[in-house]
Design a protein around this ligand. Sequence first.
Ligand SMILES: *Cc1c(COP(=O)(O)O)cnc(C)c1O
Length: 360
Amino acid sequence: MNRVHNFFAGPAALPLEVIQEAQKELLDFQGSGMSIMEMSHRSKTYDNVIETARKDILELLNLTDDHTVMFLGGGASTQFAMIPYNFLKEGATAEYIDTGTWSTKAIKEAKKMGNTKVIASSEDKGFSYIPRDLQIDENAAYLHYTSNNTIKGTQFHFIPEAGNVPLICDMSSDFMSREMDYSKFSLIYAGAQKNIGPAGVCVVVMKNSMLERSRGADLFTMLNYKTHVDKKSMFNTPPAFPVYMVGLVMKWLKRYGGVAEIEKVNNRKAKLIYDLFDNSDGFFRATAAEDSRSKMNVTFRLPTEELEAKAIADATEKGFLGLKGHRSVGGMRASIYNAVPYESVEALADFLTDFQKNNG
Ligand SMILES: *Cc1c(COP(=O)(O)O)cnc(C)c1O
C-alpha cells in the first residue's frame, strides 16, 4: 500500500483507520448481507447509524439535547441561502463579517433575501486578516461569520461577542478541530468534506430555540429547517453513505480522545510549519497576518512563481499532494486537517527545509 501525504483542501484526507473500517464492512454491513449503501434508510440498522452519529456529534461538541443535528444535501453552499431564507424577516437586518470567498458568497445570497449589512471586512488587505472591530446591532436577525477561510488561510481565534443576537457560523474547514464553547452558536454548519468526512453531506447543528425565529410555515419544504428538525433528517432520503462515514470519523475522534486531544496535535502541526517559515529568512512567507493564521489551511508564498511551480512539482514527485494554492490566489497551501497525521506534516517540513537548501 502506497498512501500519499495528502494536503488537499477538500475533499481531503480521511483517517486511514476509518477507510479500512468502511472497507471491512463494505460488502456485508454488520451481518445484514448487504452494504450500507443498499439498505433502506428507514431500516433499524440504518436508524442506529444516523442516530449514533448524531449523538456522537453532540457529545464531541459538549452540547445537550437543546440542539438538533441535521444531515443535509446541497453542501455548505446551500446553507448560504437557507439561513437568510429561514431567518431574515422583512424589515430586519442580517449582519455579516466578510473574510472573503465563502463569507462573500454567503452575503451575496442573503442580499437576495433582504436587508444585509457587512459590519466588518478584511477586503482592504486582500482578506489576509481577521477583523476585530465588530459593532453588532442588538436587533440584528443574526450575525454570520466564517470561522476559517480555507482559501485565504485565515482563522478566527476568538468567538465574536454577539450578546443576544443569534450567532451563525460556517465552520466547514475547521469544524471539530479545537475546543470552544459551541453552545454560544445558534447555528453551525459544515460541509463534511474538509474536516469530518467525505463530500455529500453538510452537518448543521442548530439550537432548537432558533426555530422560533423562523419566517414561518410557508417556506419551501426542503429548504425549511423545521422539516429536517421534525423529521430528523429523514423527510427525504438522507445522504446515507456520507452520513455513515461521518459517523465513523466521529467514533475515530472519540477514540482519539475527543476535540481537546486533536486540538493539541493540530497546534503542534501548525507550529511546526509556521516556525519553519518564520525561521526561513523570508524564503517561505505565510500570506495571513500573524494573529489570523489558520491552523487548518497554511497558505504561503515562495520568492518567485517559478520556485513555487518547482516546489509543487518536486513535492508531487516525492508523494506530497495538494500543495497548490487555490486557483483564485495562487501560491501554495498545505491543508492540515484533523486526519492529516503529525508524521505527514513533519515529512513536509523536512521536504521544505531541503527545498530551501537546494534552491534558496
Ligand atoms: C468548501 C467550503 C464551502 C463550500 O462547501 P460546499 O460543500 O462545496 O458547498 C463553504 N465554506 C467553507 C468555509 C468552505 O471551506
